[in-house]
Design a protein around this ligand. Structure first.
Ligand SMILES: [Zn+2]
Length: 170
């Protein structure tokens, strides 16, 4: 049976990278940079070999913008935007202060949800991706692609590739 959302244990295990189109990455960076609070979004995509290819995103309402962020499960599991054929595979949110390092709260959510967790720093220069493994939080490399047919895009000044690395967080 085809999964409607989330990644299987096998997929989570095999993932090494998140591949995101330059244009999508710019959109997310603009969305995050324009808000004065942590913003969040649902990410859609598919797994190809050891990469998660992001195909689209949908804005989610932050229900606790004064704190960190909170999204309703109902809203998260809403149907995908029209034309989006991929399943829900991840969550994106921004950090207003500091880096795109996952907080303790982020880590506990990463451990509980079968999604890839992506974080951007609004200060500006990072987009990092994390998932869960038996050993703890595991970082995936983030790679940009330019498969878009909308024309040439400049790599966003807002978000720059993070170094591929595998890291364990606490
Ligand atoms: Zn966070």
């Amino acid at each position: 049976m085809r999964r409607r959302y989330g990644l299987s244990g096998m997929e989570l295990k095999q993932l090494r990278a998140v591949v995101i189109d330059n244009a999508l990455r710019q959109q997310l960076g603009t969305h995050a940079g324009a808000a004065g609070y942590e913003i969040c979004a649902a990410l859609y995509g598919y797994v190809e070999n050891s990469s998660l290819v992001v195909t689209g995103w949908r804005r989610l309402t932050n229900r606790d913008p004064s704190g960190c962020f909170m999204v309703s499960v109902n809203e998260l599991l809403h149907p995908a935007p029209s034309g989006e054929k991929s399943r829900l595979v991840g969550l994106f949110h921004s950090h207003l202060q500091g880096s795109a390092q996952p907080s303790d709260l982020d880590c506990s959510s990463i451990a509980r949800l079968p999604f890839v967790w992506t974080i951007t720093s609004v200060a500006g220069d990072e987009l990092r991706a994390f998932t869960w493994s038996k050993a703890g939080v595991r970082e995936l490399s983030v790679q940009t692609s330019s498969r878009s047919t909308e024309g040439p895009h400049n790599v966003s000044a807002i978000l720059v590739d993070s170094e591929p690395s595998i890291r364990q967080g606490g």
